[in-house]
Design a protein around this ligand. Structure first.
Ligand code: WTA
Length: 635
């Protein structure tokens, strides 16, 4: 019996049991029956979490684009692969069929080759949500180049550090981008980023907003004329199963961002299989994930997972509030969207607008609703269920990470009974564990601990680009023989999981992971700042917002605090991007520290969350007097 499409709860349990009893046999069957390979593997799995090293389908040869494009041509050539909905609702949507997508990817791949890109080279993609973004990703994969997409909301400094970290040869961008009523000068940001990187050989520029931009001779090329001249066929490069497919940066609690490296075969198998089941995709469905492709959700569940299943995937360029807060529902009605996948922060922002925008539209096409990126609060869950799903469409609360490549804990719609705020049960093949702080597994139900995974799954990231030691230290050192997620979770009386949030210094703001260290580094660059500490506090739309405690040099005598606040947020915008701006900044006489000089963030967090009655033991502090002062002057 094929286990590719799970349709009942009973079946979920059967398949789950099979997948953990004999993972090799299970994944071998899935891989064998549902994908095209140029050569089969010699070995399904080898792994050692101590090194750490994980290899799936070793010895196999494939190209992921043959699975996402070529194989669909005979049966679905004229089906829409990508349905592009522009920022401006008056601009026509674009239906790109599998045949057209194939040709556009091949042309793009030929342009990359002509510009000297070879298998294994890194290509940095800094594009808005336009078709060229998906096409350039697939074009890289076609020729075996490793794509590194950088979210187009990151600043020039953030972009340049990512280009440098992976030593990219080329940057792909556009003249600019639309964001609601605004335009953004993307090419200007790229130019600034490249000031420090003379080594970049070429910059390909897609035309989107027809702005007047600087084109540096011998380095910058308009994409359109190059594509026009390129052949619309391009042989797919033969890739080893474990060859890197892409790098995607994610924030860590310390230091620079981590370039998570994903493999070719395992990533393909797992994202395709999860897509099929978590969204219960059927052939005529129109699936829409509102994420940006600059994040892992877009990689796995706008591009690779859907296309590997021959799905129609919607790509939306705009924002939920433009031209008004009904835009998402307008798109659902217009394209008869069947699966809708978004983030809790978007749900909260839309819920805040009431139901008036929702009621104008016919949402009856919807079958499955999804959420991802942060814990969803009960109120948002019910609002989504009642107003969008009309209590008929199951909500899949999907927990996973950039590092996991694909969805890990989730209901299977129409099978798993849902429960508000619970991601429910592990997906097929996933073996979670809850650990206590002394490193013991917590068994049984109605318990809470740190979430780990005991056994490898096909799409686990293989390393951090250029820093395997950091990969080991971050994910495999906290607990023996386990992958540590950095999240806390509880397991209820029937074994359902609820993710409670990060247990490290990563703060999730509007679904974006932000490490505290890089933000503090940016603040500390200000000449008036002595030191700073960032913590999160609850926010009704963003989930968390950022609270900065800043100590000034010379106690800030004669300084205008409002101006300083603006300057600090400008520095953060320049170094990271507007997503990392602080909501509150408090100037302090000092920061509470332990005797060894470590900042006691726990205390700062309590103060920011207005829980000063729960500060706990402050007797170990070197400078308890600053705590009183901070509480007195809270903003
Ligand atoms: C959080 C996004 C609660 C979690 C795919 C995780 C969630 C981090 C959920 C990864 C969820 C993601 N419920 N928390 N359904 N989904 N998270 O790398 O803290 O951008 O570790 O990947 O988001 O964020 P990332």
């Amino acid at each position: 019996m094929s286990n590719y499409h799970i349709k009942q709860f009973e079946e979920y349990f059967q398949v789950y049991r099979k997948s953990v009893r004999n993972p090799e046999q299970f994944w071998e069957e899935i891989a064998e029956e549902h994908f095209v390979w140029r050569k089969k593997w010699d070995n399904v799995l080898s792994w050692d979490f101590k090194k750490p090293e994980v290899k799936w389908f070793e010895g196999a040869k494939l190209n992921i684009t043959e699975n996402c494009l070529d194989r669909h041509l005979p049966t679905r050539g004229d089906k829409t692969a990508i349905l592009f909905e522009p920022n401006n609702p008056n601009e026509d949507a674009e239906h790109i069929t599998y045949k057209q997508l194939y040709a556009r990817v091949c042309k793009f791949a030929n342009v990359l080759k002509e510009k000297g890109i070879q298998k294994g080279d890194r290509v940095c993609i800094y594009l808005p949500m336009i078709p060229e973004l998906a096409i350039s990703i697939l074009a890289c994969a076609r020729i075996g180049a490793v794509h590194s997409v950088v979210f187009a909301g990151f600043s020039a400094t953030a972009l340049s550090s990512r280009i440098n970290d992976c030593d990219a040869k080329m940057v792909i961008t556009s003249d600019g981008s639309y964001r609601g009523p605004k335009t953004i000068d993307l090419k200007g940001i790229v130019d600034e980023a490249l000031n420090d990187i003379p080594g970049i050989q070429s910059v390909l520029v897609a035309k989107r907003i027809n702005s007047n931009i600087n084109m540096k001779a011998g380095r910058d090329y308009w994409l359109d004329p190059l594509l026009e001249e390129a052949y619309s066929d391009c042989n797919a490069e033969l890739m080893d199963a474990e060859d890197p497919l892409f790098i995607l940066y994610t924030s860590g609690s310390t230091g620079k961002p981590k370039g998570m490296v994903h493999s070719s075969a395992g990533y393909m198998v797992y994202t395709a299989y999860t897509f099929k089941n978590v969204f219960q995709y059927r052939d005529n469905d129109v699936y829409w994930c509102t994420a940006d492709i600059g994040w892992i959700t877009g990689h796995s569940y706008i591009v690779y997972g859907p296309l590997a299943n021959g799905a129609t995937t919607v790509m939306f360029e705009g924002v939920p509030s433009y031209p008004d807060f009904g835009r998402f529902w307008d798109i659902v009605e217009k394209h008869k969207v069947t699966q809708f996948y978004t983030a809790p922060t978007a749900i909260r922002a839309l819920a805040k607008q009431g139901t008036e925008h929702v009621e104008k539209y016919d949402l009856s096409s919807l079958k499955v609703l999804g959420t991802v990126g942060e814990p969803i609060n009960e109120e948002a869950w019910h609002w989504y269920d009642e107003n969008i799903g009309k209590k008929k469409s199951p909500i899949v609360d999907t927990w996973w990470q950039t590092e996991t490549g694909g969805i890990m804990i989730t209901p299977i719609p129409f099978s798993t009974p849902t429960k508000p705020t619970y991601a429910t049960l592990p997906f097929i093949g996933i073996q979670p564990a809850l650990m206590d702080e002394s490193g013991n597994e917590i068994n049984g139900n109605q318990v809470e601990g740190r979430l780990c995974i005991k056994f490898p799954w096909p799409s686990i990231a293989r390393t951090i680009w250029g820093n395997h030691q950091r990969y080991k230290d971050t994910y495999f050192s906290a607990y023996d023989n386990m992958y540590f997620t950095g999240d806390g979770a509880l397991r209820d009386e029937v074994g359902y999981y609820r993710i409670t949030g990060r247990v490290d210094d990563v703060i999730i703001v509007s679904g974006h992971n932000l490490g505290t260290a890089p933000i503090e580094d940016a603040i500390n660059e200000h000449p008036a700042v002595a030191e700073s500490a960032i913590v999160g506090f609850p926010h009704d739309v963003k989930g968390n917002a950022l609270y900065g405690y800043v100590t000034l040099k010379d106690s800030g005598e004669g300084r205008n605090h409002d101006n300083l606040r603006k300057e600090i947020n400008q520095l953060i915008t320049d170094r990271i991007g507007p997503i990392a701006k602080l909501d509150k900044i408090q100037f302090t006489v000092g920061l509470p520290k332990t005797r060894s000089g470590k900042i006691m963030r726990r205390i700062l967090r309590k103060i920011a969350c207005n829980e000063t009655d729960q500060l706990g033991d402050t007797s170990t502090l070197l400078n308890p007097e600053v705590v009183d002062d901070i509480i007195k002057n809270v903003v």
